[in-house]
Design a binder for this molecule. Structure first.
Ligand code: GLA
Length: 424
């Protein structure tokens, strides 16, 4: 799929060489009643253009878009210079803009947060009072630091990536903004520099000391592939993910995950302490043998054990994916969840319950929490013929035991922001 930014409305085209997921998905989702339908990217862009017009009384001129992501496996290993295996998913954030009506500021209207907020372009240093606007602010600040000045704009944001779901709604907003600024100014950064700008935006302005996984996959993903990332060398290897006979479900626990709350930063500090104690720069090359030197502090021992075992599982998962060995991949996902729950302590009762419920269903190869944790989503790899039944039963049982309403999405591996945002 490709689209460009010429003219008063986006011209949306479809690359004839790419399969059309749109019609296929619509059909499939109608049959899968418990699975929330995902609007196609071109529909979302059209919606954003329409909402912009209603909101600001004129047509949008520039657009940016970026997908969310799930992480198949490799959790909390990115900031330890290890390996991760995420993929971009067919849920997107779209931003539309025209020249601003108020001098010196961005006026941003968000559909998800049902609010409009403004950002003064000469006040980029101190984090904005409105938390979601910090992701926009951070990106604008990073472009400014690289000599690219974002002018005053009116902006409409629409997203099908659930906020607080652990599906990287923040990285999607950052990368969509980055592409928007480049469309407006006509000054593109390289893909690597763009990714780096968004990582720094999240760390410095949003205050989350994140690793590089989310922004990298949201920008660099390839359709039909998971992305193996070596986080030390920023080296990307695209691993075909054919889905043959399987479906990936993401199930939102309804518990909002918030990484800026401190527990995420605490895990990073604990890992730094392990590295310092062992005289290592990072935990990348930590081995099982090294763990024996950590037995004095049970917490640090467990954190380190997770990192060692999770890195190993990423490599094993790549082999399983290449061989389309779903049972093997599923087993690794289960081990990963147990390790995140017991050793790394980033799961929560609701995520554990969802995973247990999923694993009790027929036709489920594996399930685990995905993303930073403390709420958000689990993913489940299921036999395609069982997807609807699993979604149904999972939602019913979860709602009955928690009085929370889960949301269930079927997710597919799609292209990242650099491929879908094509400048004229
Ligand atoms: C969040 C961070 C990532 C990564 C994951 C955990 O999504 O943004 O950098 O650390 O948590 O794997």
């Amino acid at each position: 799929m490709f689209w460009c930014t010429l003219g008063p409305k986006p011209w949306i085209g479809r690359d004839p060489l790419l399969p059309s997921f749109c019609d296929e998905r619509r059909y499939a989702d109608d049959a899968l009643a418990m699975i929330e339908a995902s609007p196609c990217l071109d529909e979302l862009i059209q919606d954003t253009a329409d909402q912009f017009e209603r909101q600001f009384g004129e047509s949008a001129r520039w657009f940016g878009a970026a997908p969310g992501r799930i992480n198949l496996i490799g959790e909390h290993t990115d900031y330890n210079a290890g390996w991760v295996l995420p993929m971009a998913i067919d849920r997107y954030t779209v931003v539309a803009a025209a020249s601003g009506q108020t001098p010196g500021q961005l006026t941003v209207n968000s559909q998800a947060f049902r609010t409009q907020a403004s950002l003064k372009l000469d006040q980029l240093d101190r984090p904005h009072a409105v938390p979601w606007l910090r992701y926009v602010q951070g990106v604008v600040a990073q472009y400014q630091r690289r000599g690219i000045q974002c002018p005053e704009l009116d902006i409409q944001v629409i997203s099908s990536v659930p906020a607080g779901g652990g599906l990287s709604s923040s990285a999607a907003l950052e990368l969509a903004m980055a592409h928007l600024i480049e469309a407006v100014t006509g000054k593109p950064l390289s893909s690597d520099e763009r990714t780096a700008a968004c990582v720094t935006a999240e760390r410095e302005t949003a205050g989350v000391p994140c690793g590089v996984m989310d922004q990298t996959v949201v920008e660099h993903a390839k359709a039909g592939h998971a992305l193996l990332l070596d986080c030390l060398h920023n080296e990307v290897t695209q691993i075909p993910f054919t889905e043959a006979g399987t479906a990936l479900l993401a199930v939102h626990s309804g518990v909002a995950h918030a990484l800026a709350d401190g527990e995420y930063a605490k895990r990073r500090e604990e890992c730094d302490r392990v590295a310092a104690e062992l005289g290592m720069q990072t935990l990348r090359d930590l081995t099982e043998l090294d763990l024996q030197r950590l037995t004095e502090d049970d917490v640090l021992y467990r954190r380190a054990r997770h990192v060692v075992s999770e890195n190993k599982r990423v490599h094993q998962s790549v082999a399983a994916l290449r061989a389309a060995n779903w049972s093997q991949l599923g087993a690794l996902m289960q081990e990963s969840h147990a390790s995140l729950r017991d050793d790394y302590a980033v799961s929560c009762a609701e995520l554990d319950l969802l995973v247990d419920l999923a694993l009790s269903e027929q036709g489920v190869y594996g399930a685990r929490m995905t993303g930073g944790g403390f709420g958000g989503c689990i993913i489940a790899l299921v036999d395609q013929s069982r997807a609807n039944a699993v979604a149904h039963s999972l939602c019913e049982h979860y709602a009955a035991s928690t009085s929370r309403q889960p949301a269930c999405y079927r997710v597919r591996p799609v292209a990242g922001a650099r491929e879908i945002s094509v400048l004229p």
